[in-house]
Write a protein that binds this ligand. Sequence first.
Ligand code: SF4
Ligand code: FES
Length: 245
Amino acid sequence: MTDPRAQAGGSFVLDGQDVPFQPGDTLLRAATRAGRYIPHLCWSPEFPPHGSCRLCVVRIDGRTGAACTVAAADGLEVQSDTAELNGYRKTMLQMLFVEGNHFCPSCEKSGHCLLQATAYEMGMEGPHFEEFYPSRAVDASHPAVLLDTNRCILCGLCVRASRDIDGKKVFALAGHGLKTRLIVDSESGRLGDTDFTLSDRAASICPVGAILPKRQGFEVPIGDRPYDKHSLAQIAAGAESEEVP
Ligand code: SF4
Ligand code: FES
């Protein structure tokens, strides 16, 4: 049942400060618009929430919920930046790192990668868990885009972008649990055999280095990239709109 306090707009309290919201806002959408940072990986203001990464976990009037899916409501007391929640987020990040193959020092996305930046933000200093080193495919069949599923965190953003903006359904998530994987909708399963193009929204939305344009590697030097220069909290605080990575 919809909370009647969510319908008219108003404000809730996030870590002791008021955040205004509009009717239909989730906690994460309203916080982002207000320049307040709540960690997230699978959410973008362009799409309905996916609710899969659980990085946006917050406490709402004492209960736990995902800020990207919980409707903002007048007078809610929300905690996000606490030692307990950040510790939980750090564990989730460590699990994501060991489930895939993430070699940040050699990755073209370093300094522009939401996973890496969030790990720094949460104070992650190492993977903690034993690495899985899964065997995953690199698909270089497309003339303009490299698909390296070693780095995929299964956020589903490319799936939503291709379906909802590009109108193509190039990507899908298949399987369950640890066997979940990103697949490409072509008979061969290769990206080069789809109508995917570099100008598709799905080509530029990947928060990690799984979907990368070819022949643009290291055009911006390491050290000059957005997350090299600013923390995610600084970027959120400086944002004038919802265009926070
Ligand atoms: Fe997310 Fe990128 Fe994997 Fe697509 S390829 S599901 S955008 S991490
Ligand atoms: Fe909320 Fe991923 S951003 S679950």
